[in-house]
Design a protein around this ligand. Structure first.
Ligand code: BV8
Length: 251
């Protein structure tokens, strides 16, 4: 089936869906110029291994290296814009209030900047920081303002030396309970799930696609390459999110 024919078929499927859940990954931001994790030609991880960077242990062993990796990603985010894929989802939400829920693995904030509301950010936000350890003086987050930490790579609390870390979820860390619970609800309630730009290798996020399928939802995968979730799909749209989502959601 040609891409346009499969987009038409997928659009028909979405038109019949009262509730649509979207599960997005790094690929939806690729056309904004944000490197994905695993795509060899652009992937950050092409030269680095996740366990070397996105874990608490890595941060405790090499705080400056991990902090610098995040600082570099933050800096590059300042240069990018949401793309037509992010915008198509946001515009659909505004045309059909309450009908589409965005669940994202991304920490780049581009869905939110495109105007999507109620985004379930499973892995936190690159734009935010938090303390590495609970404040030893027992002071609450307001009293120990991270922003006032001593500058450095990474910044540290002037009183107790607590490190500042990015407010993202690292491997081996639990996802924010509330976001995950809402995402699981959206996955079990949806009639259709749009799986966009993810290799489907990281759990529990990828498990949401299995959960939606098990609850009877029909899955549409949008990805230029094969993914681990293709076997769950009723339809695969082989193309980039910025090309596929605008015609797919144009109703
Ligand atoms: C957890 C934030 C419970 C940080 C991320 C051992 C110990 C502990 C846990 C585990 C373990 N072994 C396995 C696990 C579970 C682990 C996991 O799943 N590991 C994987 C590697 C097997 N999960 C966890 O640790 C999670 N927590 O399980 O807690 C627990 C606790 C303690 C002990 C045991 C269990 C936490 C996972 C969250 C990690 N944080 N991000 C940061 O960003 O720095 S994960 C990060 O990587 C992303 O958020 C995302 O989830 C993942 C990357 O995947 P994708 O988004 O799919 O991106 P990728 O580059 O891989 O693929 C891009 C895709 O886009 C490709 O398919 C490509 O074809 C496509 N594409 C390219 N261009 C386009 C496109 N698509 C559309 N359009 C285009 N133009």
């Amino acid at each position: 089936m040609s891409l346009s024919a499969s987009i038409l078929a997928a659009r028909q499927l979405l038109q019949e869906a009262a509730h649509i859940a979207v599960l997005s990954g790094a690929g939806i931001s690729a056309e904004s110029g944000v490197p994905t994790f695993r795509d060899a030609q652009t992937g950050l991880w092409a030269h680095l291994r996740p366990e070397d960077l996105a874990t608490e242990d890595a941060f405790r062993r090499h705080p400056q290296r991990v902090w610098d990796w995040y600082a570099e990603r933050r800096a590059s985010l300042a240069e990018v814009q949401p793309n037509a894929g992010h915008r198509a989802l946001a515009e659909f939400q505004h045309r059909h209030p309450g009908r589409l829920t965005v669940i994202t693995q991304n920490v780049d904030g581009l869905h939110q900047r495109a105007g999507s509301t109620g985004v379930l950010a499973l892995h936190g936000s690159l734009a935010a920081d938090r303390w590495l350890d609970p404040c030893p003086a027992g002071r609450g987050p307001t009293a120990c303002d991270v922003a006032r930490a001593d500058p450095g790579r990474p910044p540290r609390c002037a009183q107790c030396g607590n490190w500042v870390r990015p407010a993202v979820v690292w491997f081996g860390e639990l996802l924010p309970e509330d976001q995950l619970r809402q995402a699981e609800q959206a996955a079990s309630r949806c009639d259709a799930m749009l799986v966009v730009g993810t290799a489907g290798a990281v759990y529990p996020a990828a498990g949401l696609a299995h959960q939606a399928r098990a609850a009877g939802a029909r899955l549409i995968v949008v990805n230029p390459h094969p993914s681990e979730l293709d076997g769950l799909a009723q339809l695969r749209l082989v193309g980039g999110a910025a090309q596929v989502l605008p015609p797919l959601l144009d109703f």
